[in-house]
Design a protein around this ligand. Structure first.
Ligand SMILES: NC(=O)c1ccc[n+]([C@@H]2O[C@H](COP(=O)([O-])OP(=O)(O)OC[C@H]3O[C@@H](n4cnc5c(N)ncnc54)[C@H](O)[C@@H]3O)[C@@H](O)[C@H]2O)c1
Length: 322
């Protein structure tokens, strides 16, 4: 049994490739290297350079590597970019997925894991977001993830493919410094960036209806997330049928102020944050119910927020010299 990991040279994909390979699964990575770094992949994992939009290439890779399962992470992931370039996001995220599902069905692949996101929910006003909380994405990126889930389930039903959609919450950290996220799109690298420039971290809005007035999120260590993929792959390999949709989070809310405090502890730079106005579109609270993942996949996050931030900081220092 071989797993194809698309986006395998990306931040999360490389962690998944490593975790699955270390657990004894045979894997092959596909990545167009638009954002990927080949050196992130372990030596034993072959990398095919190419796009999920290239039907001929996919057909060849699936046959040559005798692929029986797919973990599909390849996608564009920047919310602001998706607002500016919606057609590109639909073409690459949804079109790439459709091309891949056709190729997988044609090759007789029976197992498919899809990288979805908490962005499918939009801004629900609930304490814990369960998988049954209504989905109402608020930007094109989230829309492509929700459309992707619909497509995965429909193709699974049509072609007898068992599927899992993993809805990741806020991902941070690194299993090793060289695997760290080098982009500055999420709060942890954004705060590191400010500190490295000798500037105070920024808080966007401290008047939300939350205990300390700042937004509350669910942060998940990327090494835990990688293990969730392994659990999903094993779930499918054990003969699961049909479709499964699962939140991947810690099930615990952390406010922006609390997160900045942890970053201060980890970096030793405890300067006070500056409070600015709210950013449009930020929900006061977005925390996962992690019950279904525990129940169905037997997976629970093991790593703490300080461990996550510490590992991200080691990665930041390697790549940015902070
Ligand atoms: N990072 C997060 O916080 C987060 C949260 C929720 C969901 N996700 C999803 O997880 C997945 C991986 O995200 P990431 O943070 O590792 O991003 P990333 O940009 O580091 O990884 C994506 C990888 O896919 C590759 N890629 C992009 N389009 C491709 C295509 N058409 N064909 C082949 N390769 C392509 C890129 O080169 C890159 O290596 C994405 O689907 C993203 O939407 C990420």
């Amino acid at each position: 049994m071989t797993w194809l990991i698309t986006g395998g040279a990306g931040y999360i994909g490389a962690h998944v490739a490593r975790a699955m390979s270390e657990a004894g699964e045979r894997v092959v990575a596909l990545d167009d290297l638009s954002a990927g770094v080949p050196a992130r992949l372990p030596a034993e994992v072959p990398l095919v350079r190419g796009s999920s939009l290239d039907a001929e290439l996919l057909k060849r890779v699936l046959a040559e590597h005798a692929v029986t399962g797919v973990v599909h992470l390849a996608a564009r992931k920047q919310v602001a970019e998706s607002v500016a370039q919606p057609t590109r996001y639909y073409r690459e995220n949804v079109g790439g997925l459709a091309t891949l599902l056709d190729a997988a069905a044609g090759a007789g692949v029976e197992r498919f894991v899809f990288s979805s996101s908490a962005a499918v929910y939009g801004n629900p006003e609930v304490d814990l977001i369960t998988e049954d909380t209504p989905c109402a994405p608020v930007n094109p990126y989230g829309e492509t993830k929700l459309t992707g889930e619909w497509l995965v389930r429909a193709a699974g039903r049509a072609h007898g493919m068992a599927t899992v959609c993993l809805r990741y919450f806020n991902v941070a950290g690194a299993a090793a410094p060289e695997l760290a996220d080098t982009g500055v799109f999420n709060i942890v690298p954004m705060v590191f960036d400010r500190l490295t420039r000798d500037e105070a971290p920024r808080i966007f809005g401290a008047d939300y209806p939350t205990p300390d007035g700042t937004c509350v999120r669910d942060y998940i260590h990327v090494a835990d997330l990688a293990e969730a993929h392994l659990a999903a792959a094993r779930h499918l390999a054990s003969g699961a049928r049909g479709d499964l949709t699962v939140n991947i989070g810690r099930g615990e809310g952390v406010s922006v102020r609390e997160l900045i405090d942890v970053i201060g502890e980890v970096t030793g730079d405890r300067r006070a944050p500056v409070v600015e106005g709210r950013r449009p579109g930020d929900a006061p609270r977005a925390v996962a119910s992690a019950a279904r993942a525990a129940e169905v996949l037997g997976w629970t996050a093991r790593r703490s927020v300080p461990e996550m931030v510490g590992s991200a900081w080691r990665g930041w220092r390697l790549h940015r010299g902070g």
